[in-house]
Write a protein that binds this ligand. Structure first.
Ligand code: SAM
Length: 212
């Protein structure tokens, strides 16, 4: 039965071969999961998966993993894969707070954060995906020469993220406060769902690329 006819997102996800269940058991074994040696790149807080699906279609020799907390949202990414299957894209349904349990040292080549939830209250700052607490988690499994790319239209979140970078021992490689009018950084840009929505409203898109 086609996924769009299934009502329960949780059941559909539990049965899907595209979703890696008990991902902590794959720690250090992700190359085996894909069956090849291609680099592994992940998006944390993937949403409906448009960005990763397009990237994976463009780059068949890179493996992608989309991480999303909510089944109902992840289901949309699975439906997209049903319409246009790709062998280099898989998914994990989990809260990224546990991400250190899932990937081993040097296992990931690049991390994408796109339009991460802002968690505007100060007391929730640690939940923001570009916070220093999360950067320290990413440190554990991102390759030494790996990079993290972050895009958002939320100025407060972006300013916060920029301040967190040195606090976690990272450094900014490239930064723009208007991605779509930055001739260099916009090259090869793949729009996310939120990016399409907010840039069509006239919002500038902020982006940094950071490294250690
Ligand atoms: N990246 C997509 C885009 O740019 O269109 C979706 C952006 S949406 C604002 C943020 C997504 O991140 C939501 O789908 C949310 O469920 C997910 N998310 C937020 N915190 C998360 C966490 N700790 N672990 C996994 N996913 C998370």
């Amino acid at each position: 039965m086609r996924l769009r006819n299934i009502k329960g997102a949780r059941d559909a996800i539990a049965e899907s071969p595209l979703v890696v269940h008990e991902p902590e058991k794959k720690k250090g074994k992700w190359k085996e999961v894909f069956g090849n040696d291609y680099p592994i790149r992940i998006e944390i807080g993937m949403g409906k998966g448009k960005f990763l699906h397009e990237l994976a279609g463009r780059n068949p020799q890179i493996n992608y993993i989309g991480i999303e907390k909510y089944s109902s949202v992840l289901l949309r990414a699975l439906q997209k894969m049903e319409d246009e299957p790709l062998s280099n894209l898989m998914f994990i349904r989990m809260d990224a707070e546990e991400i250190g349990e899932v990937f081993d040292k040097e296992e990931v080549d690049r991390i994408y954060l796109n339009f991460s939830d802002p968690w505007p209250k100060d007391r929730h700052a640690k939940r923001r995906l570009p916070s220093k607490e999360f950067l320290l988690r990413y440190n554990q499994f991102l390759k030494r020469d790996g990079i993290l790319e972050f895009k958002t239209d939320n100025k407060e979140l972006f300013d916060f993220a920029v301040e967190e970078v040195p606090l976690a021992g990272w450094e900014i490689d490239k930064i723009t406060y208007d991605l779509h009018h930055d001739a260099e950084m916009v090259q090869g840009n793949v729009m996310t769902e939120y990016e399409e929505r907010f840039s069509s409203m006239g919002n500038p898109i902020y982006k940094y690329i950071i490294k250690r």
